[in-house]
Design a protein around this ligand. Sequence first.
Ligand code: H2B
Length: 98
Amino acid sequence: MGGKLSADERAARLSELNGWQSVAGRDAIERSLEFADFNEAFGFMTRVAIKAQEMDHHPEWFNVYNVVRITLSSHDVNGVTQRDVELARFIDSIANRA
Ligand code: H2B
């Protein structure tokens, strides 16, 4: 289970996601999200953290006040896998409710 997605598979999955793009020079995907304020941003991050812990699959992320920038990559294979797509889908599903 769970090897790196091929370039075609990755492009197909990216097109189904919301606002994700490939990272230049690295096999990873990223999305930036903007919230009303820090409280909403951190509430969102808390929900993602709980999901990441359940999945045992963790984001790389950067937060300044109301902005959260997330990079997803599977460190064990150094590339994008179905686990990253699953976490990205979860992030998309809660982003609009934040
Ligand atoms: N997160 C990500 N993004 N990639 C991994 O390979 C990974 C992880 N491995 N979270 C997990 C934790 C591993 O280190 C533990 C030991 O299961």
